[in-house]
Every structure is written in C-alpha cells, then in structure tokens.
Design a protein around this ligand. Structure first.
Ligand code: 1CP
Length: 343
C-alpha cells in the first residue's frame, strides 16, 4: 500500500514522486539554533527533556525540505539501563566510567527496564509525531550490540578496537553475556520507540566494519539478526547501518533490515549487485563532500543519483553523519538537488 511519506514508500520499494532524502546527524552542531540551545543545556539535558529533544529534532525540518526526522537521542542512552554509566566530555566525546575491559568489572552489569528508564525518548517521539507533517516520517534508532560493546569495553571511541577484539577472542563467554544483555535491552528499547510513534527504526552498527567477515558472522551477526527478527513483526520498516562494511555487505543484508545503508567506499550499483536489486538502499554521499566547493559537491550528488539509476528503493543520505563544520547552504542545495533531479 502506498504511504503519504515518500521515505516510507522507498523503504518498502514502492515508487514515490521523487527520491526521499534525510541525513544522519541532521540535528546538531552545524546548526546555529542547535548551538544556541547548547549554550544553555548539556547534550544529555536536552536529550532527557522531551520538549527540548522534540525541538532539536524538528529544527532541521524547518530549514530544509527533508523527508524524515530522526529523534534527537544517542545510541549510548541505554547503557545505564544495563549498569554502565557514562558522560559526554566537551570536545572529546563519550567516556564510560568503568569500562568492561576487565572481566571482573562484569559485576556492574544489570538488566533494567528501558521502558521506565528511557521513557523520555518515548515522550519526545510522541511530541514530534504530533508536530510533524504527515508526509514526513519519524525515525527512531538504537545502537547495534557490537558498536555499543566497543564503547563499553574501550571506554570511548577507539582507533583499532584493540580492547574490544582482545576481549571477544579471550573471553567468549563474557562476550556472549554482554551481547545477550545488549540484544534484549535493544529489542525492548526499539519496541518502545515503535509504540511511541517511530515510523521506521535504524540500527546503527557504526564500527562493525572493524571486523573481519568471519568474525562479523561469529561475534556480531547472531545478535543483530535477533534484533531485526524481533522488530520485523511490527509494521514499521527497519534500516541496517554500518560503515566500512563493503567486504561483508551480503552477510549484513542477510542479518536483516528492510533497507541496507551503505557508505561511500562502494558505488551504489555495485552494492545493489551484491545484495540484490530488490533491496532498498540508503546512501551514500561522503560526508566530507559536503565541505567541497559547490561545483564539486553537485557532481558528487549527481554521481550518487546516477549510480542509483532512479531505483524506487533509493533513500538519499550520507554514508555517515554530518560533521559540525558542514555549511548549511550546502545542505539546502543537496536536498533540493535530490528532489529536483529525480522528479
Ligand atoms: O552537542 C554536542 O556536543 C553533542 C554531539 C552529539 C549529538 C548531536 C552526540 C554525542 N550525539 C548526538 C546526537 C545523535 N547521536 C543522534 C541524533 C539524531 C541525528 O542524527 O540528528 C544520533 C542518531 C546519534 C547516534 C550516535 N551516537 C552514533 C551512531 C551514528 C554514528 O555517528 O556513527 C554514535 C557512534 C554515537 C556516539 C556519540 N555520541 C556523541 C558523540 C560525540 C559520539 C561519539 C562518536 C565517536 O565515537 O566518534
């Protein structure tokens, strides 16, 4: 059945009047109105206040003709629900207070109730849904177990995943406990978001591309596939996101998700050859192309659209999120170009 939203149609492979477009990290520091709010509130204060989170979610939709809004939250929010506390450090990023590098630290793991402890996300989703045009879709999201485990074990962002990989090879039973706990909590968290009004959900496995294909299948895929299976019973489409995963796109695709997100390291045409032309694809402009002079940026957008070849299951996006330095005028140009060139 055809939906009012061209984004939701594309997720189902139903033809739309033009290619839908939205961006990862479309709410955030490249927007002046976001920075203004951040002078008064911390990132976590904004996320935990449904009014502020709804406001930040809607900010980019007031400026640009985007086809979807993504709820203002973070993949790390469920960590305290399983006993892992963290802070965002200004200018550095997330810091886990007691990383699980040492299996003895497993004492802190618990299994709380995401519905109660993260109810502010559900409230923010309901507020946005009330305020959003019916032809724009609202996306909920969660981090995938491998990516979350990498933060939990490393204590923050990692360059080579030394601690994560050493841990998963050395303590497979503890790895399993951690991944199982993350899987169960993530399923409940996504189901809560769907009930609250999310019309699609994206699972962010941002750093899973660090794994070799056989390790992906052994240490990450069994858990993500369970999450996709659990949400596939709901009527909302799911998007499977990763970066640096061109070497195991087929395996990722079979793990689940209605839409496969791909980064700029592979041309879209080749990605479709690998995963099958019936699968909707999201992507795949290099976020750094947003920094290029207008003529170069235009050529790069055209090249993505050419690769997509007007397929009905294409959702235009970046291969990863905006950087804070992204010029606002370029965002406007790209959104309008995608709609005009595909209508
Ligand atoms: O104002 C600030 O200082 C906060 C910066 C910021 C923002 C705007 C963080 C801290 N998180 C967010 C919001 C956010 N995070 C969204 C909101 C919706 C939108 O896209 O507009 C989403 C979807 C995320 C998801 C997220 N958080 C991911 C997955 C996507 C990706 O970029 O790979 C990851 C890895 C995080 C962790 C995180 N949160 C924030 C930082 C600085 C980081 C670290 C990134 C890293 O490890 O390099």
């Amino acid at each position: 059945m055809s939906e009012k939203s061209r984004f939701l149609n594309a997720c189902k492979g139903v033809p739309a009047d033009c290619t839908p477009v939205w961006f990862m990290r479309q709410a955030g520091r490249y927007l002046e109105e976001y920075r203004k709010l951040r002078e008064k509130y911390s990132m976590l204060e904004m996320v935990r206040d449904p009014e502020l989170a709804a406001e930040v979610t809607l900010q980019p939709l007031r400026r640009f003709d985007l086809d979807a809004a993504i709820i203002f939250a973070d993949i790390l929010l469920p960590l305290p629900v399983i006993g892992i506390d963290f802070s965002f450090i200004e200018g550095t990023g997330p810091r886990i207070h007691k990383p699980l590098m040492d299996p003895r630290h497993f004492d802190q793991l618990r299994e709380g109730d995401p519905e109660q402890e993260l109810s502010f996300v559900a409230e923010a989703l309901s507020l946005v849904r009330e305020r959003l045009d019916e032809n724009r879709a609202l996306i909920g999201f969660a981090g995938a177990p491998f990516t979350l485990a990498s933060y939990i074990i490393e204590g923050g962002h990692s360059r080579n995943y030394l601690a994560t990989k050493s841990f998963m090879y050395s303590y497979p039973e503890k790895w399993e406990v951690l991944m199982e706990t993350l899987t169960r909590t993530t399923i409940r968290y996504l189901q809560m978001q769907i009930e609250a009004g999310a019309q699609a959900v994206q699972l962010f496995d941002s750093w899973v591309g660090a794994l070799a294909p056989e390790d992906y299948l052994k240490y990450a895929e069994p858990y993500t596939s369970r999450i996709f299976k659990a949400v596939s019973g709901s009527s909302v489409p799911s998007i499977h996101f990763g970066t640096g995963t061109s070497g195991f796109l087929k395996e990722m695709r079979s793990a689940g998700g209605d839409v496969q997100s791909v980064d700029w390291r592979i041309p879209l045409g080749r990605a479709w050859e690998i995963i099958g032309t019936d699968s909707p694809i999201q992507g795949n402009l290099d976020p750094l192309a947003m920094m290029a002079p207008a003529d170069i940026l235009k050529k790069k957008v055209e090249a993505v659209l050419e690769e997509a070849g007007n397929r009905k299951g294409h959702i235009f996006n970046l291969g990863h999120g905006f950087l804070p330095q992204t010029p606002v005028r370029n965002v406007e140009m790209v959104v309008n170009m995608v709609h005009e060139l595909t209508s």
